[in-house]
Design a protein around this ligand. Structure first.
Ligand code: AKB
Length: 315
């Protein structure tokens, strides 16, 4: 029987993924962990433990004592915060991954999931329909850590037979938790401001196109790749993954069709340079062909869903 450990469970992805894992494997088979005790209230449906992923011994004890068979390692410092605290971001993102891969090797875990990002791409990457294999050269610490992490994942798979699987997420948009520290987060905040009847101050230029994905699609992709038979997961660094691309002006116009008096102002800050170094759109043919990836949500469908559901959601 599988026993699942989710690290960084209270984050934007983890909050929703942990529930799906509890639904799939049974609540008693899932342990959610996070740095902060205050996250406990989010996990009334499964066990919760406070865990600092940098606490190598604490992590090892949990894996050993609980007979963990799969780890979802979601803890990371994202792009915008990473630029403010580069050495901290590098240390946390890299050391924690190595701890997890080492434990997977030592305890012969069945599977490991680790998210990568479109941040692995950089200014010399082809911007339109960015291919799976191309020049990367990321210029953010977050991107550098994700690129190095991808190489480590492939290395542990090749050398030590660790079954690690990974996706290069685009900007993830969900309404069930607030994001923190990313460049694509504007596309979450904008819905909160629109529903609060406030003007939105956008930190990116109106014409900045970025790859994005609605959270239900991200959860589906994660479960699909983790449930896929080992032999069809051919890429062991990380798969390109795509759903939609839009600019701040396009998401604004889409919200306007529901909330006609919503106002926006553009005041680009340091995050513009980060966004400018990332692709406009992603070619995810490998994910579609290898394990049957298919997205459900475009901008219009996502916007309708968020505007209908966000007002009823309690944080
Ligand atoms: C960020 O903006 O840093 C993240 C990402 C694209 O990985 N959402």
């Amino acid at each position: 029987m599988e026993k699942i450990l989710v690290i960084g469970a209270a984050g934007q992805l983890g909050s929703e993924l942990t529930k799906s894992l509890a639904d799939q494997y049974g609540a008693e088979q899932v342990i959610a962990t996070d740095l902060n005790e205050s996250a406990r209230s989010k996990f009334d449906f499964c066990r919760f433990e406070v865990l600092n992923v940098m606490d190598k011994d604490g992590l090892r004890n949990l894996v050993k004592n609980e007979n963990i068979t799969q780890i979802y390692h979601l803890a990371a410092v994202l792009s915008a915060v990473g630029e403010k605290k580069p050495l901290f971001a590098w240390e946390l993102n890299m050391d924690s991954l190595i701890h997890v891969l080492e434990l997977a090797k030592e305890f012969k875990l069945n599977k490991v999931y680790w998210p990568s990002s479109i941040a692995v791409f950089g200014p010399n990457t082809p911007k339109i329909n960015t291919p799976q294999y191309c020049v990367k050269e990321p210029n953010t610490v977050y991107g550098i850590s994700k690129q190095a992490g991808e190489r480590w994942c492939e290395y542990y798979f090749q050398k030590f037979n660790v079954d690690v699987r990974s996706l290069r997420y685009p900007g993830l948009i969900g309404y069930k938790s607030l994001p923190g520290g990313g460049t694509t987060d504007y596309a979450v905040d904008i819905y909160h401001k629109a529903l609060a009847g406030e003007k939105f101050d956008c930190f990116l230029r109106e014409d900045t196109s970025l790859p994005m994905m609605y959270m239900p699609d991200a959860i589906k992709a994660t479960l699909d790749i983790m449930n896929a038979p080992r032999e069809i997961v051919k890429i062991r660094s990380s798969y390109n993954l795509a759903a939609m691309n839009f600019t701040p002006e396009e998401i604004y116009q889409c919200i306007l069709t529901h909330i006609p008096d919503f106002k926006i102002e553009y005041n680009p800050d340091f995050r513009q340079a980060i966004a400018d170094s990332w692709p406009d759109s992603i070619d995810d043919t490998c994910a579609r062909e290898d394990w049957g990836w298919k997205h459900d949500y475009d901008l219009a469908r996502m916007t309708k869903d968020i505007l209908e559901n966000l007002p009823n959601f309690k944080f």
